[in-house]
Design a protein around this ligand. Structure first.
Ligand code: GRF
Length: 210
């Protein structure tokens, strides 16, 4: 059995690359059926024609469909086109990796979708989570992986981890520790969400790239 996944991104694409290197075409055991199961990243999809991540997909030899959201009159029209594209690849799960578009219920009711957010949710939802965590009164930031529903950064948590502040650390230092944690947590969380257990020889954890 093979699980067909797609990754959606908008920019740098380092999480997308990390997920492909960690999970694509790896074989696992399904924890309920005990059957062998491989995870296939059949497609990537990007809404920004200038995203650096597109170059990464070429180097990784994974198909990338570029759909500029500005070509569509409404969010619904854009989501309809994404849904049609993803269906044509028989996608079962959608993985967001820095995808900077709000999805309509049309989309979130069609695909089981997973997102990564660079804060300890529900704290610091929104686009500036790293900065907001850094300047907040709490002594920690974090990374959260969650199911996507119609509420922005609001779906059920799959896995999350706190990252303690280091006194006198710069924002850049904090940000790079957040990303390093993302590369470890995201592959793990996806396996948990899909009920997949690593096999002995499966390099399921990140090599901490980028
Ligand atoms: C990550 O921090 C992710 O948590 C957030 O957007 C950023 C994407 O970075 N949703 P990259 O494009 O994967 O490098």
């Amino acid at each position: 059995m093979q699980i067909q996944c797609a990754i959606l991104f908008s920019g740098n694409g380092s999480n997308m690359q990390n997920l492909i290197e960690s999970l694509h075409n790896q074989t696992f055991t399904h924890s309920h059926t005990h059957k062998e199961c491989s995870l296939h990243i059949a497609l990537t999809l990007c809404n920004n024609p200038n995203a650096y991540g597109i170059t990464r997909t070429k180097n990784l030899h994974i198909p990338c469909v570029v759909l500029p959201h500005r070509d569509y009159d409404s969010r619904e029209d854009f989501d309809k086109q994404m849904i049609a594209t993803l269906r044509s690849y028989k996608i079962e799960y959608v993985i967001l990796a820095g995808f900077m578009r709000i999805l309509t219920p049309l989309f979130t009711n069609t695909f089981r979708t997973i997102n990564i957010h660079p804060s300890f949710l529900p704290e610091h939802k929104g686009a500036n989570a790293i900065k907001d965590s850094f300047y907040a009164s709490q002594s920690y930031g974090g990374v959260s992986v969650h199911w996507v529903n119609e509420e922005l950064d609001g779906g059920e948590i799959i896995l999350q981890e706190k990252l303690e502040n280091i006194p006198n650390e710069s924002l850049e230092g904090f940000e790079s520790r957040i990303h390093a944690l993302e590369y470890i947590l995201y592959p793990k969380a996806i396996l948990k969400a899909l009920h997949l257990l690593p096999q002995e020889s499966s390099p399921h954890t990140s090599k901490g790239c980028k």
